[in-house]
Design a binder for this molecule. Structure first.
Ligand SMILES: *Cc1c(COP(=O)(O)O)cnc(C)c1O
Length: 369
């Protein structure tokens, strides 16, 4: 069976180095924050071309603290998209603000700037574009609108480490950015992890305080804070993997290009290719017969995934936002038709061919089947 993602293949490559770095932390006793996290923060900030990176215990915490550092709270509105992982909307709710949703673009699956413009009100305190599947949102158009209204942008870059456009990386297009290092992300810890990236010294200082009980000096709690610190072993493991990330992104782009070339004349719709502004966390094709295709691929030894089968506005947990089926037709249609194929840097040409052969052989996609 070809897995959707093969973390063991990655470990075969980096395992010995990760183990050495992790053992050094275990022997040092610096289990929370400490030198390994500080070094990773410096290197990750440099990787993004940003001034500051603050290591946290998850991407969700990164979204939460970045919103608080931007001054978002009860009574405010934060605009994001329904076609995302639930964490984006959950973090807005953690801050006390109300999530206002706008649909995504049908071709690129990221925030539709025209919808954004219409959704802005005097209560809008932040805009959270999601770089879905690893593709940068339309940051030029979104920034123009945000600047015109004086509203800060928080990038949800949880899926887009190292995605670049015009020499800039995900993480520096807005006032702040949230990254996740969940193991399955393009840069994954050996457990949970996340970071806020920013060029704003004030935001960086606030996030550092908020992650560590709102302390300014030991036991001097100047604000209501949280226990959101990154573990030393995660900093060490991430530091090793970060040195490979550029190469891994290049390999992901190659896999995507091979899939697109091979599936061009198939009965599924392929995602539009992109240059460096896509790091292919997910490679999703579209078909009205998504479930049948998933069954067929499973029978032929290919795992698939759904990212995401339910748009957030239709989840029971967010019914109170007051949205209904039909409110975001593009997101709803994508949720019904997306099917994610295996993608990871170690995927071999033989495996890629097995996946695309299996798609071409899917009789269920044919008219009248
Ligand atoms: C993974 C993810 C998150 C949450 O990150 P965690 O580290 O799992 O908390 C937030 N937003 C998006 C788009 C994600 O993919």
């Amino acid at each position: 069976m070809i897995p959707l993602l093969d973390l063991r293949a990655q470990y075969d490559d980096v395992g010995p180095e990760v183990e050495a770095a992790v053992i050094a932390v275990l022997r040092s006793g610096a289990y929370i924050l400490g030198p390994s996290v500080e070094e990773f923060e410096r290197n990750f900030a440099a990787f993004c071309g940003a001034e500051h990176a603050i290591g946290l215990n998850s991407g969700t915490s990164a979204l939460h603290l970045a919103l608080l550092a931007l001054g978002v709270g009860p009574g405010d509105e934060v605009i994001t998209v329904p076609m995302t992982f639930v964490a984006t909307v959950a973090a807005i709710q953690y801050s006390g603000a109300r999530a206002v949703l706008v649909d995504v673009d049908p071709e690129t699956f990221v925030m539709d700037p025209a919808g954004l413009e219409k959704a802005i009100t005097p209560r809008t305190k932040a805009i959270v574009p999601v770089h879905l599947h690893g593709r940068l949102a339309d940051m030029e158009a979104i920034s123009r609108i945000a600047d015109a209204h004086g509203v800060p942008i928080l990038e949800d870059a949880a899926q887009a480490h190292g995605a670049r456009r015009d020499g800039k990386s995900a993480g520096v297009f807005g006032k702040a950015a949230a990254f996740s290092f969940y193991p399955g992300k393009n840069l994954g810890a050996c457990g949970e992890g996340g970071a806020v990236v920013t060029n704003d010294a004030h935001v960086a200082k606030l996030v550092r305080q908020l992650r560590d009980w709102g302390q300014e000096g030991r036991y001097n709690h100047v604000m209501h804070g949280f226990n959101y610190r990154m573990d030393g072993v995660q900093g060490a493991a991430l530091g090793v993997k970060l040195s490979r990330l550029g190469e891994w992104s290049r390999l992901r782009r190659e896999v995507a290009a091979q899939y697109n070339a091979s599936l061009e004349n198939s009965l599924v719709k392929t995602p539009p290719l992109a240059k460096e502004d896509h790091v292919w966390h997910v490679y999703a094709v579209r078909t009205d017969r998504r479930d049948q295709l998933a069954d067929h691929l499973r029978e032929h030894g290919v795992s698939t995934g759904l990212h995401y089968p339910n748009s957030v506005h239709l989840q029971g947990a967010y019914a109170h936002l007051g949205y209904r089926e039909g409110d975001f037709p593009v997101s709803e249609q994508l949720a019904k038709t997306f099917l994610s194929l295996p993608i990871y840097p170690e995927l071999t040409p033989e495996q890629i061919a097995r996946v695309t052969d299996a798609v071409h052989g899917a009789k269920c996609l044919q008219e009248g089947a």
